[in-house]
Ligand binder design. Structure first.
Ligand SMILES: NC(=O)C1=CN([C@@H]2O[C@H](COP(=O)(O)OP(=O)(O)OC[C@H]3O[C@@H](n4cnc5c(N)ncnc54)[C@H](OP(=O)(O)O)[C@@H]3O)[C@@H](O)[C@H]2O)[C@@H](O)CC1
Ligand SMILES: [K+]
Length: 474
């Protein structure tokens, strides 16, 4: 499990760990890990031009100490000190001893122009979101020259605890983070600003509490993936009812069922109007059309907005069975819900539910998902490049698999089918949502291999993703 903690949690763990160690040990560990990551990125240090942007806190200290190590290994290291009088004294002395240079204010543009790599040591977990003018000016220069940035601990300027990114902020190629992940490195838009995240172990783990956010890894997914036993049959593996599609939107029915068939449940029943039912039958002869016993429901994709569909949604929600509500079905989710319910909106749908602008949800993804989970008393899966799954009790997971090619028409319908199948097989809404999005993203990557895909390709590739993940466990 990849885990992330809040700044308050990290500060407490850091204090407990520091009390057991000689002063400076943690910064030394951080700086060593950072220097190694920079050398790896550059493919060697000899002759490389490294520019440090150092703020006045310990984040700048990490960057300066790492710079000293890189200078000793043959790099040409320059440092821009944003607040020279308050620069980290020990780090600065170490850098100077190793041959590093402080860049005079008038030469900053030249220093940026000749850098191969920038180390963003402006602020870390002690920073307020956004950047002060002096920092913003240097960051703008770096962007203008297109120099790759390694962010120290976090890309400066992001809101570390939420992943929100009030402008300006640093956009990193790699973020080298210490001790544990920060929430803002895993949740968008912060996750995008962080680039590839590399975690350096500084010995913090034994002092960390339950994480505020986690991300399943292949072995965690493998543990949760249902698989039939020798005596299993289709009913005991779980039957999923899919109520999706309408005369107008027939494709949603076919795709949601396609996703459902790719999951672990033993059988899929389709319930819907004649026209989509005929398409489903023709495309998926293994599906039983019509009502019958099921262990979970998927309702919503392509239902349309006709008033009688509201009754369908309430009937399913009143069944006492686990229910996934998607797309048009979300319009009919009104009061507080009971039982195991997974709501799967994209940003626009969640904005409509919360009666706010889409932009508001896009910039405050975690907060919006948490708010909806509390308000509807249901687990909420907010789709996006970093899909979030949040329970009403506040447990939160983020999905890290996928490719931008997965953002294609019908992709969400397929996801609803996969997650529904996992619900029918007995997973909780939290596990069904997070395992389902992991499978969906991984299937997208395997199907795409860097090229465009259609939603059907994702469904078709889920069994391959399933096999690969199960292979991790054996
Ligand atoms: N935790 C750990 O286990 C370990 C932590 N370590 C490292 O320590 C880092 C935390 O260091 P930290 O506490 O000194 O704070 P830090 O992030 O440098 O920022 C504070 C400074 O920034 C300034 N400032 C604030 N906002 C700003 C803005 N928007 N734009 C510009 N400036 C802004 C603020 O100025 P002030 O408000 O005081 O004027 C103050 O000077 C952590 O991220 C990690 O790198 C590792 O060494 C070892 C293990
Ligand atoms: K930073």
């Amino acid at each position: 499990m990849r885990t992330a903690h809040t700044v308050t949690q990290i500060r407490a763990a850091e204090a407990a760990l520091m009390a057991t160690l000689p002063e400076g040990t943690l910064m030394e560990r951080a700086a060593t890990g950072l220097a190694v990551a920079c050398a790896d990125y550059l493919g060697g240090t000899y002759g490389a031009g490294i520019l440090i942007i150092a703020g006045s806190g310990d984040n700048g200290g990490d960057a300066l100490y790492a710079g000293a190590r890189l200078a000793r290994r043959g790099a040409r290291v320059d440092a821009i000190l944003l607040d020279p009088a308050r620069a980290h004294a020990g780090g600065l002395a170490a850098l100077r001893d190793a041959g590093g240079q402080v860049v005079p204010e008038k030469s900053r543009a030249d220093a940026v122009a000749r850098a191969d790599l920038v180390l963003d040591g402006i602020v870390g977990i002690g920073g307020k979101p956004g950047l002060r003018p002096a920092a913003a000016e240097v960051v703008a220069l770096v962007e203008r020259h297109g120099v790759p940035v390694v962010a120290v601990d976090v890309p400066s300027g992001i809101d570390v605890d939420t992943g929100e990114t009030p402008e300006p902020h640093v956009r990193a190629t790699v973020t080298v983070t210490f001790g544990t992940h920060k929430i803002g490195l895993l949740v968008d838009p912060g996750a995008t600003a962080a680039g590839a995240v590399h975690l350096v172990d500084i010995g913090l783990s034994p002092y960390l509490p339950e994480p505020a956010l986690s991300a399943l890894q292949a072995e965690d997914v493998a543990e949760r993936l249902p698989a039939p036993e020798r005596t299993s049959q289709k009913y005991s593996r779980g039957v999923l009812g899919v109520m999706a599609g309408s005369t107008q939107y027939t494709g949603a029915a076919v795709l949601a069922v396609g996703g459902a068939l790719a999951g672990p449940a033993g059988m899929v029943r389709y319930v819907g109007p004649e026209q989509p039912a005929n398409f489903v039958r023709a495309r998926w002869p293994e599906v039983v059309v019509g009502e019958g016993r099921v262990q979970a429901w998927v309702v919503g994709s392509g239902l349309g907005t006709e008033p009688h569909r509201a009754e369908d949604v309430s009937r399913v929600l009143g069944s006492g069975l686990p229910v996934l509500v998607d797309a048009d079905g979300l319009r009919h989710v009104l009061g507080r819900l009971e039982g195991q319910v997974l709501l799967t909106p994209h940003e626009g749908e969640l904005a409509r539910m919360l009666d706010v602008e889409r932009e508001e949800v896009a910039t405050h993804r975690l907060r919006s998902a948490r708010e909806a989970a509390r308000r509807w008393n249901a687990t909420v899966l907010l789709k996006g490049a970093t899909t979030l799954v949040v329970t009403p009790e506040g447990e939160a997971r983020v999905n890290t698999t996928g490719t931008p090619w997965v953002g294609t028409a019908g992709s969400g319908d397929v996801l609803s089918g996969i997650c529904g199948s996992l619900l029918a097989a007995g997973l909780s809404p939290l596990d069904a949502g997070s395992v389902g999005s992991y499978l969906h993203g991984m299937a997208g990557v395997l199907a795409s291999r860097g090229g465009p895909i259609a939603a059907e390709d994702i469904a078709r590739t889920v069994p391959e993703a399933y096999r690969r993940i199960r292979a991790v466990a054996t």
